[in-house]
Design a protein around this ligand. Structure first.
Ligand code: APR
Length: 254
């Protein structure tokens, strides 16, 4: 019987997913926009109102740790009030069903992890837990010895490491810093072996994260992009779905 090609881009994307054995997802700030977490570069994004070089670079932290700490403490408090949205939830359920990890996120807001724990209930959330290649804002890390610790409210004196007395900082990758090489290698290996990379809510301009979907292409796989706007990657996408992640992902992965 002649195969009837899917009429809509969504149907085409659903067929690609159904036919893919290994799927990886790279997410960016856009997937958290509907949870109220500000993005960076699109309209209303943080980098439209703040200068990243003053707030999110290792140089800024070493020059003026109090200002950087106050900005991250504000962001931490803001994000703690946000909830995962239908996009996070659809992605978590999808990877739990497939039983194989595949979420790589640039986001530090922890919403993928919360969606994974919610979706798993009493079961293991493993396959839906994200690889957080830019770290997690809810954690601290010692700037000297690297020891991690749960975040505490910012007091009059800047937090110190209990192990070595070094300065603690948010456990996020600042501009000018290298990513955790193990996390990045895991993400790149998943992408290189994937048949399909879902690229969700990212402007795809910050490397090395932006290179992850290209690893899937180089390995012969395809890209499905979910974004409210065109991006640097749209031209390379097998299917580009224009819409909000919280609306598109439940329809795409449901
Ligand atoms: N649904 C889907 N996409 C959306 C939505 C939405 N509801 N809202 C916005 N977008 C898209 C925007 O069109 C944009 O392409 O999400 C993308 C957000 O891009 P950025 O603000 O650049 O965020 P991101 O790509 O995650 O930035 C990468 O840069 O500043 C660093 O470390 C920071 O991890 C961040 C990295």
């Amino acid at each position: 019987m002649e195969r009837i090609l899917p009429h809509s881009e969504l149907e085409r994307a659903r067929e690609l997913i159904a036919g893919a054995e290994r799927v990886v997802a790279l997410t960016g700030a856009g997937i958290s926009a509907e949870s109220g977490v500000p993005t960076f570069r699109d309209a209303g994004g943080l980098w439209r109102n703040y200068r990243p070089e003053e707030l999110a670079t290792i140089g800024a932290f070493e020059r003026d740790p109090r200002t950087v700490w106050e900005w991250y403490a504000w962001r931490r408090g803001f994000v703690a009030e946000c909830e995962p949205n239908d996009g996070h939830r659809a992605l978590a359920r999808f990877f739990l069903r497939r039983g194989r990890e595949g979420i790589v996120t640039q986001n530090v807001d922890g919403l993928h992890t919360r969606a994974a724990l919610d979706a798993a209930g009493d079961g293991p959330p493993g396959a839906a837990l994200p690889i957080e290649i830019h770290g997690a804002i809810a954690r601290d890390r010692c700037n000297r010895c690297g020891q991690r610790a749960e975040a505490e409210p910012l007091g009059d004196s800047l937090p110190r490491c209990e192990a070595c007395g070094g300065m603690r900082r948010p456990d996020v990758v600042l501009f000018g810093e290298m990513l955790d090489s193990d996390l990045l290698a895991r993400a790149q290996s998943l992408a290189a072996r994937a048949d399909l990379c879902l690229v969700i809510g990212t402007s795809a301009v910050v490397h090395p994260a932006a290179g992850i979907p290209l690893a899937t292409l180089q390995g012969g796989g395809g890209i499905v992009e979910v974004n409210t706007e065109r991006t640097e990657l749209t031209g390379a996408a097998t299917v580009a779905l224009r819409g909000e992640a919280g609306v598109v992902l439940p329809a795409l992965l449901g």
